[in-house]
Write a protein of this length. Structure first.
Length: 316
Protein backbone atom coordinates (compact mmCIF):
# COMPACT_ATOMS: atom_id res chain seq x y z
CA UNK A 1 0.00 0.00 0.00
CA UNK A 2 1.50 3.33 -1.04
CA UNK A 3 2.43 5.55 1.87
CA UNK A 4 0.62 8.61 0.52
CA UNK A 5 -2.66 6.70 0.32
CA UNK A 6 -2.95 5.09 3.74
CA UNK A 7 -5.44 6.28 6.31
CA UNK A 8 -5.57 5.68 10.04
CA UNK A 9 -2.50 5.20 12.21
CA UNK A 10 1.03 3.89 11.82
CA UNK A 11 1.38 0.15 12.32
CA UNK A 12 4.24 -0.52 14.75
CA UNK A 13 3.94 -4.30 14.93
CA UNK A 14 7.23 -5.96 13.89
CA UNK A 15 5.37 -8.49 11.71
CA UNK A 16 4.64 -5.59 9.33
CA UNK A 17 3.00 -6.93 6.16
CA UNK A 18 3.87 -10.59 6.82
CA UNK A 19 0.21 -11.42 7.32
CA UNK A 20 0.88 -15.04 8.14
CA UNK A 21 3.29 -14.01 10.89
CA UNK A 22 0.79 -11.49 12.27
CA UNK A 23 -1.87 -14.18 12.54
CA UNK A 24 0.58 -16.62 14.15
CA UNK A 25 1.40 -13.98 16.78
CA UNK A 26 -2.27 -14.02 17.77
CA UNK A 27 -2.11 -17.81 18.18
CA UNK A 28 1.07 -17.60 20.23
CA UNK A 29 -0.48 -15.05 22.57
CA UNK A 30 -3.38 -17.48 22.98
CA UNK A 31 -0.97 -20.31 23.88
CA UNK A 32 -1.16 -22.22 20.57
CA UNK A 33 1.99 -23.26 18.69
CA UNK A 34 0.76 -25.32 15.71
CA UNK A 35 0.64 -22.36 13.30
CA UNK A 36 4.06 -21.21 14.56
CA UNK A 37 5.49 -24.59 13.64
CA UNK A 38 4.07 -24.31 10.12
CA UNK A 39 5.22 -20.71 9.67
CA UNK A 40 8.79 -21.62 10.63
CA UNK A 41 8.91 -24.97 8.81
CA UNK A 42 8.40 -23.23 5.47
CA UNK A 43 11.46 -21.03 6.11
CA UNK A 44 14.08 -23.76 6.47
CA UNK A 45 15.80 -22.64 3.25
CA UNK A 46 14.95 -18.93 3.56
CA UNK A 47 17.26 -17.79 6.34
CA UNK A 48 16.23 -14.12 6.20
CA UNK A 49 12.57 -14.97 6.68
CA UNK A 50 13.43 -17.59 9.32
CA UNK A 51 15.38 -15.05 11.35
CA UNK A 52 12.62 -12.47 11.04
CA UNK A 53 9.75 -14.75 12.00
CA UNK A 54 11.51 -16.54 14.83
CA UNK A 55 12.62 -13.26 16.41
CA UNK A 56 9.13 -11.73 16.26
CA UNK A 57 7.51 -14.89 17.62
CA UNK A 58 10.03 -15.11 20.44
CA UNK A 59 9.09 -11.62 21.58
CA UNK A 60 5.48 -12.81 21.82
CA UNK A 61 6.33 -16.07 23.62
CA UNK A 62 9.08 -14.99 26.01
CA UNK A 63 6.73 -14.25 28.89
CA UNK A 64 4.84 -17.55 28.62
CA UNK A 65 5.55 -21.26 28.91
CA UNK A 66 4.56 -21.94 25.29
CA UNK A 67 8.00 -22.90 23.98
CA UNK A 68 8.63 -25.23 26.91
CA UNK A 69 5.36 -27.04 26.21
CA UNK A 70 6.04 -27.09 22.48
CA UNK A 71 9.54 -28.54 22.93
CA UNK A 72 8.27 -31.20 25.33
CA UNK A 73 5.32 -32.22 23.15
CA UNK A 74 6.88 -31.91 19.67
CA UNK A 75 10.68 -31.77 19.79
CA UNK A 76 12.18 -30.78 16.46
CA UNK A 77 14.08 -28.02 14.60
CA UNK A 78 11.30 -25.45 14.91
CA UNK A 79 10.52 -25.91 18.59
CA UNK A 80 14.25 -26.04 19.38
CA UNK A 81 14.86 -22.81 17.48
CA UNK A 82 12.04 -21.06 19.29
CA UNK A 83 13.34 -22.30 22.62
CA UNK A 84 16.74 -20.85 21.74
CA UNK A 85 15.24 -17.53 20.71
CA UNK A 86 13.15 -17.21 23.85
CA UNK A 87 16.01 -18.33 26.11
CA UNK A 88 18.33 -15.73 24.60
CA UNK A 89 15.78 -12.96 25.09
CA UNK A 90 15.29 -13.95 28.72
CA UNK A 91 19.04 -14.09 29.35
CA UNK A 92 19.62 -10.65 27.84
CA UNK A 93 16.75 -9.07 29.73
CA UNK A 94 17.97 -10.60 33.00
CA UNK A 95 21.52 -9.36 32.42
CA UNK A 96 20.35 -5.85 31.57
CA UNK A 97 18.19 -5.82 34.70
CA UNK A 98 21.10 -7.16 36.82
CA UNK A 99 18.93 -10.08 37.82
CA UNK A 100 20.73 -12.62 40.02
CA UNK A 101 19.52 -15.37 37.67
CA UNK A 102 21.31 -13.85 34.66
CA UNK A 103 24.28 -16.26 34.57
CA UNK A 104 22.08 -19.33 34.88
CA UNK A 105 19.75 -18.04 32.17
CA UNK A 106 22.74 -17.39 29.89
CA UNK A 107 23.94 -20.97 30.32
CA UNK A 108 20.44 -22.22 29.49
CA UNK A 109 20.35 -20.00 26.41
CA UNK A 110 23.72 -21.21 25.14
CA UNK A 111 22.63 -24.82 25.58
CA UNK A 112 19.38 -24.07 23.76
CA UNK A 113 21.28 -22.53 20.84
CA UNK A 114 23.55 -25.56 20.67
CA UNK A 115 20.54 -27.87 20.61
CA UNK A 116 18.88 -25.88 17.82
CA UNK A 117 22.02 -25.86 15.69
CA UNK A 118 22.51 -29.60 16.24
CA UNK A 119 19.00 -30.32 14.98
CA UNK A 120 19.48 -28.09 11.92
CA UNK A 121 23.23 -27.64 11.27
CA UNK A 122 22.68 -25.54 8.14
CA UNK A 123 20.64 -22.91 9.97
CA UNK A 124 22.60 -19.75 10.91
CA UNK A 125 19.76 -18.45 13.13
CA UNK A 126 20.96 -20.07 16.41
CA UNK A 127 24.41 -18.63 15.79
CA UNK A 128 22.96 -15.17 15.22
CA UNK A 129 21.13 -15.60 18.51
CA UNK A 130 24.43 -16.44 20.20
CA UNK A 131 25.91 -13.25 18.77
CA UNK A 132 23.17 -11.31 20.55
CA UNK A 133 24.58 -12.56 23.87
CA UNK A 134 28.22 -11.88 23.05
CA UNK A 135 28.09 -8.50 24.76
CA UNK A 136 27.33 -10.21 28.05
CA UNK A 137 30.79 -11.76 28.33
CA UNK A 138 32.82 -9.64 25.86
CA UNK A 139 35.00 -12.14 23.92
CA UNK A 140 38.29 -10.70 22.65
CA UNK A 141 39.15 -12.54 19.43
CA UNK A 142 41.68 -10.70 17.29
CA UNK A 143 40.22 -8.69 14.42
CA UNK A 144 41.17 -9.57 10.84
CA UNK A 145 43.42 -7.25 8.85
CA UNK A 146 41.80 -4.30 7.13
CA UNK A 147 40.39 -2.46 10.15
CA UNK A 148 41.95 0.78 11.33
CA UNK A 149 41.16 0.21 15.02
CA UNK A 150 41.53 -3.61 15.01
CA UNK A 151 38.83 -3.97 17.67
CA UNK A 152 38.73 -7.34 19.45
CA UNK A 153 35.37 -9.06 19.63
CA UNK A 154 33.39 -12.23 18.81
CA UNK A 155 35.06 -12.63 15.43
CA UNK A 156 35.20 -16.44 15.54
CA UNK A 157 31.51 -16.76 16.34
CA UNK A 158 30.71 -14.27 13.60
CA UNK A 159 32.87 -16.15 11.09
CA UNK A 160 31.06 -19.40 11.85
CA UNK A 161 27.71 -17.71 11.21
CA UNK A 162 28.92 -16.26 7.92
CA UNK A 163 30.14 -19.70 6.83
CA UNK A 164 26.47 -20.74 6.88
CA UNK A 165 25.11 -17.53 5.31
CA UNK A 166 27.65 -14.88 4.18
CA UNK A 167 25.15 -12.00 4.11
CA UNK A 168 22.94 -12.89 7.07
CA UNK A 169 21.35 -9.59 8.01
CA UNK A 170 20.67 -10.24 11.68
CA UNK A 171 24.13 -11.69 12.30
CA UNK A 172 25.74 -8.55 10.89
CA UNK A 173 23.56 -6.28 13.04
CA UNK A 174 24.15 -8.35 16.18
CA UNK A 175 27.87 -8.31 15.56
CA UNK A 176 27.97 -4.56 14.94
CA UNK A 177 25.99 -3.87 18.12
CA UNK A 178 28.75 -5.57 20.15
CA UNK A 179 30.90 -2.51 19.39
CA UNK A 180 28.33 0.13 20.41
CA UNK A 181 29.39 2.37 23.28
CA UNK A 182 26.33 1.38 25.36
CA UNK A 183 27.60 -2.20 25.34
CA UNK A 184 31.21 -1.39 26.18
CA UNK A 185 32.55 -0.53 22.72
CA UNK A 186 33.52 2.80 21.20
CA UNK A 187 32.31 5.13 18.46
CA UNK A 188 35.47 4.63 16.42
CA UNK A 189 35.29 0.83 16.66
CA UNK A 190 31.62 0.79 15.63
CA UNK A 191 32.29 3.02 12.63
CA UNK A 192 35.31 0.95 11.67
CA UNK A 193 33.43 -2.36 11.87
CA UNK A 194 30.39 -0.97 10.05
CA UNK A 195 32.52 0.33 7.18
CA UNK A 196 34.51 -2.92 6.99
CA UNK A 197 31.39 -5.09 6.80
CA UNK A 198 29.57 -2.82 4.37
CA UNK A 199 32.50 -2.65 1.96
CA UNK A 200 32.60 -6.45 1.79
CA UNK A 201 28.91 -6.74 0.91
CA UNK A 202 27.41 -6.65 -2.60
CA UNK A 203 26.19 -3.21 -3.67
CA UNK A 204 22.56 -4.33 -3.53
CA UNK A 205 22.79 -5.91 -0.07
CA UNK A 206 21.01 -4.58 3.02
CA UNK A 207 24.38 -4.96 4.79
CA UNK A 208 25.36 -1.69 3.10
CA UNK A 209 23.07 0.07 5.60
CA UNK A 210 25.36 -0.70 8.55
CA UNK A 211 27.27 2.62 8.44
CA UNK A 212 23.96 4.48 8.68
CA UNK A 213 23.09 2.39 11.76
CA UNK A 214 26.45 3.22 13.35
CA UNK A 215 25.95 6.90 12.56
CA UNK A 216 22.60 6.98 14.37
CA UNK A 217 24.06 5.04 17.29
CA UNK A 218 26.86 7.59 17.69
CA UNK A 219 24.54 10.60 17.51
CA UNK A 220 25.31 13.11 20.26
CA UNK A 221 22.84 16.00 20.34
CA UNK A 222 25.19 18.07 22.51
CA UNK A 223 27.79 18.30 19.75
CA UNK A 224 27.88 21.38 17.56
CA UNK A 225 25.86 20.89 14.35
CA UNK A 226 25.17 17.28 15.33
CA UNK A 227 22.17 16.98 13.02
CA UNK A 228 24.11 18.33 10.02
CA UNK A 229 26.41 15.29 9.95
CA UNK A 230 24.19 13.49 7.41
CA UNK A 231 24.75 16.37 4.96
CA UNK A 232 28.45 15.62 4.75
CA UNK A 233 29.40 14.29 1.29
CA UNK A 234 30.43 10.79 2.44
CA UNK A 235 27.18 10.17 4.33
CA UNK A 236 24.99 11.63 1.60
CA UNK A 237 26.80 9.47 -0.96
CA UNK A 238 26.35 6.39 1.24
CA UNK A 239 22.59 6.96 1.53
CA UNK A 240 22.18 7.65 -2.19
CA UNK A 241 24.16 4.55 -3.15
CA UNK A 242 21.91 2.38 -0.96
CA UNK A 243 18.86 4.08 -2.45
CA UNK A 244 19.99 3.34 -6.00
CA UNK A 245 21.28 -0.18 -5.48
CA UNK A 246 19.34 -1.74 -2.59
CA UNK A 247 15.88 -0.18 -2.74
CA UNK A 248 15.05 -1.72 -6.16
CA UNK A 249 15.62 -5.21 -4.68
CA UNK A 250 12.55 -4.76 -2.48
CA UNK A 251 10.42 -6.50 -5.10
CA UNK A 252 12.11 -9.78 -4.22
CA UNK A 253 11.44 -9.56 -0.46
CA UNK A 254 8.78 -11.74 1.17
CA UNK A 255 8.15 -9.08 3.83
CA UNK A 256 8.75 -5.35 3.98
CA UNK A 257 12.06 -4.67 5.80
CA UNK A 258 10.65 -1.74 7.72
CA UNK A 259 13.63 -1.14 9.98
CA UNK A 260 16.12 -0.98 7.10
CA UNK A 261 13.81 1.30 5.15
CA UNK A 262 13.46 3.56 8.17
CA UNK A 263 17.22 4.01 8.52
CA UNK A 264 17.49 4.84 4.82
CA UNK A 265 14.55 7.24 4.84
CA UNK A 266 15.94 8.99 7.91
CA UNK A 267 19.40 9.38 6.37
CA UNK A 268 17.96 10.79 3.13
CA UNK A 269 15.76 13.29 4.95
CA UNK A 270 18.67 14.41 7.13
CA UNK A 271 20.81 14.73 3.98
CA UNK A 272 18.08 16.92 2.47
CA UNK A 273 17.29 14.41 -0.27
CA UNK A 274 13.52 14.51 0.18
CA UNK A 275 12.73 13.26 -3.33
CA UNK A 276 14.52 9.97 -2.72
CA UNK A 277 13.22 9.73 0.85
CA UNK A 278 9.66 9.99 -0.45
CA UNK A 279 10.15 6.81 -2.48
CA UNK A 280 11.48 5.01 0.59
CA UNK A 281 8.50 6.08 2.68
CA UNK A 282 6.23 4.86 -0.10
CA UNK A 283 7.90 1.45 0.09
CA UNK A 284 7.33 1.41 3.87
CA UNK A 285 3.63 2.10 3.54
CA UNK A 286 1.90 2.49 6.89
CA UNK A 287 4.38 0.27 8.75
CA UNK A 288 6.75 1.88 11.23
CA UNK A 289 9.66 1.03 13.52
CA UNK A 290 10.75 2.91 16.62
CA UNK A 291 14.35 3.08 15.47
CA UNK A 292 15.97 5.28 14.30
CA UNK A 293 13.32 7.88 15.15
CA UNK A 294 13.41 7.28 18.92
CA UNK A 295 17.03 8.48 19.07
CA UNK A 296 15.85 11.97 18.11
CA UNK A 297 12.60 12.23 20.08
CA UNK A 298 9.19 10.64 20.29
CA UNK A 299 9.14 8.12 17.40
CA UNK A 300 5.73 8.94 15.91
CA UNK A 301 6.44 12.68 16.04
CA UNK A 302 9.85 12.27 14.38
CA UNK A 303 8.45 9.98 11.69
CA UNK A 304 5.62 12.41 10.95
CA UNK A 305 8.06 15.29 10.82
CA UNK A 306 10.18 13.43 8.26
CA UNK A 307 7.13 12.54 6.15
CA UNK A 308 5.97 16.15 6.16
CA UNK A 309 9.42 17.23 4.94
CA UNK A 310 8.84 14.96 1.94
CA UNK A 311 5.41 16.41 1.23
CA UNK A 312 3.61 13.30 2.45
CA UNK A 313 0.52 13.28 4.65
CA UNK A 314 0.61 11.92 8.16
CA UNK A 315 -2.01 9.93 10.08
CA UNK A 316 -4.68 11.97 11.80
Amino acid sequence: MAAELFEGQYVWHPAADDRLLASVCVDVRAGRYRSAHEALAETRTDFALRAHRSLVLASEAAGTDLVERWLAEEPGPESALMWARVAVQRAIHAADARDERAEALERIALAACDRASALNPADPTPWAAKLAMARLHRPHDHAPSGLLTSPPGPWRLFAHTLALDPWHREAHHRFLSFFFTRYGGSVNAAWDVAAFLAQRAPADSAIRLLPLVALVESHNPTQLLAERVWEQPQWRATALSIYRNWLPTMAGYRFTPVLDLAYLAHALVMAQREFEARAVFTAMGRYASRMPWSVFGEPAEQLSRARRACGLPIPS
